[in-house]
Design a protein around this ligand. Structure first.
Ligand code: FES
Ligand code: FE2
Length: 397
């Protein structure tokens, strides 16, 4: 019996192709495990520390990468059904995501067209009308301005020209993608390319949202670098996620700027004894789907998944990480609830108390002058690809 990697469900279409793919990845990981090797970049890479530190450079990168490219802003399951909405500040931009009466996801600036007040308080739920708290102008879920309070005294204006400012938005692979700068456009099929099929294998649209939280985190690059390699797992995560993974063993695949990082699990040592060709490859690996520039989806065996979104703040020094914890099924039994609690506690510890302690130390010392360049190893191809992708987008800018 074979199962998809992340959910353990067996009803997906394309199940057998996915099972083959999992076995292929497990075999690649197993070769490395036996040989004590890992996928490697052709050579080490030098990266100037300025790439992490220079505020003017950061502002240029922020404008090009975070406001004009599609960002995975929300999961489809966060807006369940027509009439649901989500209001959230993202990279200091107030955004309102709605699902209109036809079920279409749309995104707007959460800013009133009268005199600019924030319309909907942060949060999520169901609403068909959004009423500005300042002078009670009202908007529909499709962004139309439906009411001007005391219109007869306000004077004549063209209501149709005063709908909410719409942002480019698309829904695909269980994620709602939005470009934050008004007027930016994107084609989500072009943007994801072949990676969308990989994301589809996660079946993200059917998970249960167990919990969400935000963590203060250091600068975008110091923070996101930690999501892109397994070189540090033995040293930093020996008591948490590193217990289950083989340190410094990475199977690396790229899809445009996006990446799939496959880690070997310690169960690989049992793979020698597995007979036949109907074995479950997902038992031997752990896969991270990393969507450029800031989204990491970590499918964990046992029906849990951690989605991390790293959103830059005002400066190069800080970000907010939004963690969403998913369960394949809503936990109901005491054992399921205990497993979800344990997963939540472990990911919090691994990220906040382990990764971000190190990333914070990097961030604080960037200006000390110890390094003019960082050296990114051949065994850190995920980082090399990430930083080369940033350079490529900035070249086109
Ligand atoms: S600012 Fe919104 S109604 Fe006046
Ligand atoms: Fe880590």
């Amino acid at each position: 019996m074979t199962q998809p990697v992340s959910t353990g469900r067996s009803e997906n279409t394309g199940e057998s192709a996915l099972a083959d793919e999992m076995r292929g990845l497990a075999q690649r990981a197993y070769q490395h495990f036996k040989n004590r090797t890992t996928d490697q970049a052709p050579s080490p890479m030098q990266l100037p520390v300025e790439a992490y530190l220079d505020e003017a450079r950061y502002k240029r990168e922020f404008d090009r990468i975070f406001t004009q490219l599609p960002l995975g802003l929300a999961l489809s399951v966060e807006l369940p059904g027509p009439g649901s909405y989500l209001a959230r500040e993202v990279c200091n931009v107030p955004v309102l995501v709605t699902r209109d009466e036809n079920g279409k996801a749309r995104a707007f600036l959460n800013v009133c067209r009268h005199r600019g007040a924030t319309i909907c308080p942060e949060g999520a739920g169901k609403k068909s009308r959004f009423v500005c708290p300042y002078h009670s102008w009202a908007y529909a879920a499709n962004g139309e301005l439906t009411r001007i309070n005391a219109e007869e005294t306000f004077g004549e204006v063209d209501r149709t020209a005063l709908g909410l400012t719409e942002l480019a938005c698309a829904e695909k692979s269980g994620v709602i993608w939005v470009a934050l700068k008004p007027g930016s456009a994107f084609d989500i099929d072009d943007w994801l390319g072949d990676f969308s099929a990989k994301l589809d294998s996660l079946d993200l649209g059917n998970w249960y949202v167990y919990d969400q939280r935000t963590l203060a985190s250091p600068g975008w690059k110091a923070t996101f670098d930690g999501y892109l390699e397994v070189y540090h797992h033995d040293t930093v995560h020996g008591r948490t996620v590193g217990q289950h993974t083989v340190g410094n063993l990475l199977v690396h695949d790229t899809y445009g700027p996006h990446q799939r990082l496959t880690f070997g699990r310690k169960t690989l040592e049992q793979l020698d004894n597995v007979q036949g060709d109907d074995w479950d490859g997902s038992q031997y690996i752990r896969i991270i789907h990393s969507v450029f520039p800031n989204l990491s989806i970590s499918g964990i065996i046992g029906g849990h998944c951690l989605v991390s979104q790293v959103f830059p703040g005002e400066s190069a020094n800080s970000t907010i990480t939004r963690q969403t914890l998913l369960c394949a099924e809503r936990p109901e039994t005491e054992a399921q609830m205990a497993a979800a609690r344990q997963f939540s506690a472990m990911t919090l510890q691994a990220v906040r108390d382990e990764d971000y302690v190190i990333a914070g130390s990097i961030q604080r010392a960037l200006g000390a002058g110890a390094n003019t360049h960082f050296v990114i190893g051949r065994n850190e191809p995920g980082l090399q690809h990430f930083h080369r992708s940033i350079a490529r987008f900035m070249q086109d800018a």
